[in-house]
Design a protein. Structure first.
Length: 483
């Protein structure tokens, strides 16, 4: 049985139309349950717009500018941006498990950690981190929203700020509640609109770029390598946060080309990730990108600035709608018996409360931001174990079996936990934590003169451990390689 309550289906939706439950004007009926083959539809190329709209974000500008502020010259920063965004290939690879199983990532990972073990996994890597990211992105969008209302002649009092946050959250959660079909319908025009705005911003940025820029005191030796790896980790934290890419590909027919699913997902996220971050880096060669919004507005025509602010808000709505959608599925996968639409609203309410507290009361977002810098320690191993499982099983997943939470489930393993997956994740996170140099410096990073190698260590150690342990008794009676 699946730990989910389906949305009520009006009689009009019970039709022979295979996409009857997937209309943009209806709340999505499915949650973490299996999507029957008769309700599968669409083509992999539709995934491009989904990920492209989510990739044109204000935070990408901020991160791109931060690379130059960290001491890199322009060409070093651009190289870091390209390398870090290659992480989207992993996001695309995980997406191929969606059509294979007909279930979201939050359910597929039962194969990795067991029915009970996966509840803990979803509580941390799924729900908690998603809500934190939602709050951070919402705060960034709200800042642009405050500037927009000020331009309209409205003073951004506390009451107005609360209203702005709530309006942005409502727009975001509406998309998430209606779900998959509305996302597919909206994200192509959103992508086109954001592209048009950022092309105009790009032209202005290029005109003000110092392509020969180099810092007054160029980094060399160990310090250079430390900043390069830190920059790659910072950029890669974006793609690594999307261990849930199967959520948006699971409605595709089982026969969909895995190569096409991987390619369109990765390309859709990679291109805007590189281009928008590159604009941030280029702008930082002549502008003070410690305040990107103000800096960029200074080089834009006054009439265009409101469009730029609207684009910043719209891009954040796009990415947060995906985040809230997956967070809702994660809450169901934790074991809370709640409709997907209601779970999305719960997640949004928590995120809005955190955002308001952060903006109006304390520096909570600073604390959360610091914590999220450490998420690569957890998300790198988590994503690489997922990828290893797809390879080991040759992307063969029984969606119906994955939704079975009983002790008879092949994914019950021992006591509801796949100890091979749990040990591999623990080992990978431990090795990664020993190699980090963020809020603290691990012993491995200390031995390397402060070079943070948490990302490559986590990406390598975890899947190797998982592949080895899944062929031992820790993998349970249904371990990979058993007869």
């Amino acid at each position: 049985m699946a730990s989910t309550l389906p949305e009520p289906r009006p009689a009009a939706r019970e039709s022979a139309d295979p996409a009857g439950s997937e209309r943009a004007t209806h709340v999505e009926a499915h949650g973490i349950d299996h999507i029957p083959e008769g309700e599968r539809h669409g083509r992999p190329r539709q995934l491009f717009a989904v990920w492209a709209a989510a990739g044109v974000t204000y935070l990408s500008l901020v991160v791109g500018g931060a690379l130059v502020l960290m001491g890199l010259n322009l060409w070093q920063a651009l190289a870091v941006i390209v390398v870090g965004n290659l992480g989207w290939l992993l996001t695309g690879f995980l997406a191929i498990s969606g059509p294979a199983s007909g279930t979201p990532s939050e359910v597929i990972t039962r194969a990795l950690y067991g029915v009970r073990g996966n509840r803990v996994n979803n509580a941390v890597t799924g729900w908690m981190i998603s809500v934190c990211y939602f709050a951070l992105n919402l705060a960034a969008a709200a800042t642009a929203g405050f500037a927009l209302v000020e331009r309209a002649g409205i003073r951004a009092t506390t009451g107005v700020q609360i209203a702005v946050v709530i309006v942005i959250a409502v727009l975001t959660l509406t998309i998430s509640v209606y779900g998959h079909a509305l996302i597919l319908r909206l994200y192509l025009p959103i992508t086109l609109a954001l592209t048009a705005v950022f092309v105009a911003v790009g032209i202005a940025v290029v005109q003000h770029t110092d392509f020969a820029y180099a810092p007054a005191a160029p980094l060399t030796g160990t310090r250079l390598w430390a900043v390069l790896l830190a920059g790659v980790t910072l950029i890669a934290s974006g793609p690594l946060s999307y261990t849930t890419s199967a959520d948006f590909s699971r409605y595709l027919p089982r026969t969909s080309s895995a190569r096409a699913v991987l390619g369109w997902t990765a390309l859709g996220a990679f291109l805007p990730g590189v281009l928008v971050s590159a604009l941030g880096a280029m702008a930082a060669t002549t502008l003070d990108m410690s305040d990107p919004q103000t800096a960029l507005e200074s080089i834009l025509p006054s009439w265009f600035s409101p469009l730029f602010l609207v684009a910043l808000v719209l891009g954040t709505i796009a990415i947060n709608a995906l985040t809230a959608y997956s967070a809702g599925l994660a809450l169901q996968a934790v074991g809370v018996r709640i409709r997907r639409s209601y779970s999305v609203l719960v997640d949004g309410t928590v995120a809005v409360a955190l955002t308001l507290y952060a903006l109006l009361v304390s520096n909570f977002l600073d604390t959360v931001s610091n914590i999220l810098q450490l998420t690569v320690v957890l998300l790198g191993p988590s994503m690489s174990i997922y990828a290893a499982d797809i390879l080991l099983r040759r992307n063969r997943y029984d969606g119906s079996a994955l939704t079975d939470e009983s002790r008879r489930s092949p994914f019950w393993y021992r006591g509801g936990v796949n100890w091979a997956g749990a040990c591999a994740l623990t080992g990978g996170v431990t090795a990664s934590a020993l190699s980090v140099n963020t809020l603290y410096t691990g012993p491995i990073a200390q031995a390397l003169d402060g070079i943070d190698v948490a990302l490559p260590v986590g990406l390598v150690v975890s899947p190797v451990l998982y592949a080895l342990l899944m062929r031992t008794p820790l993998g349970g009676p249904h371990r990979i390689g058993s007869t």
